[in-house]
Design a protein around this ligand. Structure first.
Ligand SMILES: Nc1nc2c(c(=O)[nH]1)N[C@H]1C(S)=C(S)[C@@H](COP(=O)(O)O)O[C@H]1N2
Ligand SMILES: [Mo]
Length: 241
């Protein structure tokens, strides 16, 4: 099975309808991105303005259109991107750790996650490199997991970490709690395949592909924003679709 890697070539103009509307404020350079303090400096300030504008335009009740089965991207035509050289495989005894500002920190097995209220939908997602693909996904809404662990209302950010070479990202709360943002354990009616993030990955209608962390190990509810793997390499943090 061939694997492909996302080549870090930030193309901010390609990003989204909203950033196209917003024009300036999205230009970031990898070299200007200090991974220790990614939000610092002029570019950090510009991106903060951009994130705030995008957040202001975000409508948490607006749903992406669900697509009919015939729109499903055939398995062979579905690009696969992960930063590792080979398909990451879950360590034996895999669990999801859920922590941060929550009343009931939890370590959940896949079976326990599957016992939480589930949902499923068929949507198109967009990679920053310009391709998009359609699949149906089933899993637990991130907002339902938040409720399960008693996430504090003061936790305005959600950080997601994986066992794939330290890949990670972080989200604003309204996007994370959108009804079409879920922790998916199934794809096209089957268990989630290893290429697409087994045993558990984030999937959403409201962010670009690189925000949807696959191979999850950890979800943390936080009061401050953090960064992410591609975000530290110059990609936009908000990355709304
Ligand atoms: N752990 C992990 N998650 C990841 C990535 C990755 O390299 N590692 N790539 C991201 C990117 S760039 C995209 S476009 C999507 C691709 O998801 P797919 O393989 O299901 O199409 O996963 C995202 N999540
Ligand atoms: Mo991507």
């Amino acid at each position: 099975m061939s694997t492909r890697r996302l080549i870090p070539a930030p193309r901010p103009r390609l990003l989204t309808r909203r950033t196209a509307l917003l024009g300036a404020g999205t230009t970031l350079l990898t070299s200007a991105c200090d991974s220790a303090r990614p939000r610092a400096g002029f570019l950090g300030a510009m991106e903060r303005v951009n994130a705030r504008l995008q957040a202001a335009l975000f409508d948490e009740n607006q749903l992406a259109p669900e697509l009919p089965p015939e729109e499903t991207t055939p398995p062979g035509a579905f690009p696969q991107y992960f930063i590792s050289d080979t398909v990451p495989r879950a360590p034996p005894g895999w669990t999801l750790r859920v922590g941060g500002l929550v009343a009931r920190p939890a370590t959940l097995t896949l079976a326990e996650l599957q016992r939480l209220p589930g949902t499923q939908y068929r949507l198109r997602h967009h990679c920053v490199e310009g391709w998009s693909a359609v699949a149906s996904w089933h899993g637990v809404r991130l907002r339902d997991l938040a409720e399960h662990v008693g996430a504090d209302p003061a936790a305005s950010y959600v950080e997601l970490r994986s066992f794939d070479s330290g890949y990670w990202s972080s989200w604003d709360r309204p996007s994370a709690f959108h009804p079409q943002t879920l922790l998916a354990y199934g794809m096209n009616g089957q268990p989630l395949p290893p290429e697409h993030g087994a045993p558990l990955r984030l999937y959403s209608a409201v962010k670009l592909g690189y925000k949807m962390v696959k191979y999850l190990t950890e979800v943390n509810f936080l009061t401050e924003p953090t960064s992410g793997y591609w975000e530290e390499r110059g990609y936009e943090w908000y990355a709304g679709v």
